[in-house]
Design a protein around this ligand. Structure first.
Ligand code: NAI
Ligand code: MG
Length: 503
């Protein structure tokens, strides 16, 4: 299947739109396509091939064939690393196209896509390229008359299901550790944001990845996603998305072949400002805590707890900064907050704005959609105050530019409040007292904690959640565990066969 040309604000971008199976772009078996829209305008921009369960079967068969082949085994770790480095170089060459595709697909600003999404994706590939030939086992020569050693082997065919909030970054977070360790992959992009995964497959082809090592099936969750999760020949599934879908995936794994499962799910992360914090910096980091990706970030700092002594001062400065955020078409000059990614998300956020008002919280700022006279999905940055712990807006993930700000009196009280959630993805504190920083970060039940910052994540450090925020860790060397099986080998060095004890 040949590539299409997508025109975005006068720029022409070549984009393959087929399924990528066995190293080639193909039409879906049923031949159906689905529309992709620009969230800034609500208008369709392109049609993409829509996979079904039978296409997943084809992709899994291609991934299995490659995984089992002598050629892939002999291709080896050093060549896999070379492919990944080449892919990262190609991404730099195609930097502008990747930025533009991410912007038109998701509603991100140029500032964010070009400073965060694309460079972090390139960084992730280079980082895991470095690991490819360093996956070593252990040996034990202290067992009497037995030599023991371990091998770290690839798991096999890995199913990977990614969301729409960071389509390019999640694509690289998933494929990089899997490919580095010698697995093969069947990945599914989110149905509203498939463009950069397609572009990446074009670059993967150019970078010389063995055919069938990375396969992509675009399509919907209930069809393609479910088919991956319940497939009998998929050895592992990695998922990022909602807690509800995470549960379905775990169930599908249990009901099929007990494939290994890692889940990176939702969050409702607390952000705590102590009275001794550098107030100006705490305000700026707290703005970034929700402003990043317009709140559509699993680790967003959505619950801000401020000590009563500085509450008024903090709220005033914080409100001024939140008010200054320019909401508009993400391709427009001076715009710092684009549209929410989809109509579904736009409507979900508005239902939470209503719930907050109905439950008696005070709308301190925003609290409604912003009408730009088109069909785009704009929401005003919103601050709720006068909240109580049982309100929906305090308990549930909203995934929009909406925070609750509450007061606290003591360290003990705020630790209780912060941990009073079913989630445990991330948490942040602002303080100059280093003893308090150690004490409080230790007490917070969250996979990532920040001191005097927020929403910073680096590919070299583990990322994942406590409690209902997930299972397992991505990034860093922790992710390598998910993609390798440890095999123990015992080798007899003179141990006689056991007797039955009668002699
Ligand atoms: P979702 O979890 O349903 O979708 C994420 C991915 O899973 C998509 O690729 C989707 O097609 C796929 N999927 C959906 N149903 C599936 C199934 N039964 N089996 C296998 N795959 C399936 O999330 P959705 O509906 O897009 O967003 C709902 C909420 O989830 C958001 O409002 C937000 O609160 C949360 N979310 C959290 C994310 C995170 O980074 N942790 C990312 C995206 C959404
Ligand atoms: Mg869903």
């Amino acid at each position: 299947m040949s590539a299409q040309t997508l025109e975005v604000h006068g720029k022409k971008i070549s984009l393959p739109t087929g399924l990528f199976i066995g190293g080639e772009f193909k039409k879906a078996r049923e031949g159906r396509t689905f529309p992709i829209e620009n969230p800034a305008t609500g208008k369709e921009i392109i049609q993409v091939q829509e996979g079904q369960a039978e296409d997943v079967d084809d992709a899994v068969a291609a991934a299995r064939k490659t995984f089992k082949s002598k050629e892939y085994e002999e291709f080896g770790a050093v060549n896999r690393a070379k492919c990944m480095i080449k892919l990262a170089d190609l991404m730099e060459e195609h930097f502008e196209e990747l930025v533009t595709l991410e912007m038109v697909d998701t509603g991100k600003t140029r500032h964010q896509a070009s400073n965060l999404d694309v460079p972090a994706s390139i960084g992730t590939l280079r980082y895991y390229a470095g690991w490819a030939d360093k996956i070593l086992g252990q040996s034990n020569s202290d067992i009497p008359k037995v030599f023991g050693y371990t091998r770290r082997e690839p798991v096999g065919v890995c199913g990977q299901i990614i969301p729409w909030n960071f389509p390019l970054l999640m694509f690289t977070w998933k494929i990089a550790p899997a490919f580095a360790t010698g697995n093969t992959v069947v990945i599914k992009s989110a149905e509203t944001t498939p463009l950069n995964a397609l572009k990446m497959c074009e670059l993967i082809q150019k970078a010389g990845f063995p055919a069938g090592s990375v396969n992509l099936v675009s399509g919907y969750g209930k069809t393609v996603g479910a088919a991956i999760a319940q497939h009998m020949d998929v050895d592992k599934v990695a998922f990022t998305g909602s807690t509800a879908t995470g549960r379905n995936i775990l169930r599908a794994a249990a009901n099929s072949n007990l494939k290994k499962v890692t889940l990176e799910l939702g969050g409702k992360s607390p952000n705590i400002v102590f009275p001794d914090a550098d107030l100006e910096k705490a305000v700026d980091w707290s703005v970034w805590g929700i402003h990043m990706n317009f709140g559509q970030t699993c680790h967003a700092g959505t619950r801000i707890y401020v000590h009563e002594d500085i509450y008024d001062k903090f709220l005033e400065a914080y409100t001024t900064k939140m008010k200054a955020i320019q909401v508009g078409d993400n391709f427009g000059e001076g715009v710092s907050q684009g549209p929410q990614q989809s109509k579904m998300q736009y409507e979900k956020i508005q239902s939470y704005l209503k719930a907050g008002k109905d439950e008696g919280a005070t709308v301190h700022l925003g609290g409604k959609a912003k009408d730009l006279g088109n069909e785009g999905y704009y929401i005003e940055p919103t601050i709720f105050t006068d909240v109580t712990p049982n309100m929906k807006i305090v308990k549930e993930e909203i995934f929009g530019p909406v925070v609750v700000v509450a007061k606290f009196k003591s360290e003990e009280e705020v630790i209780e409040l912060a941990n009073d959630t079913t989630y445990g993805l991330a948490a942040g504190i602002h303080t100059k007292d280093y003893e308090r920083a150690v004490r409080v970060t230790s007490a917070l039940k969250a996979g990532t904690t920040w001191v005097n910052m927020f929403n910073f994540v680096h590919w070299s450090m583990p990322f994942g959640g406590y409690k209902e925020s997930g299972i397992g860790r991505e990034c860093g060397d922790a992710a390598l565990e998910n993609y390798t099986e440890t095999k123990t080998v015992y080798w007899n060095m003179g141990m006689p066969p056991p007797t039955d004890g009668s002699k």
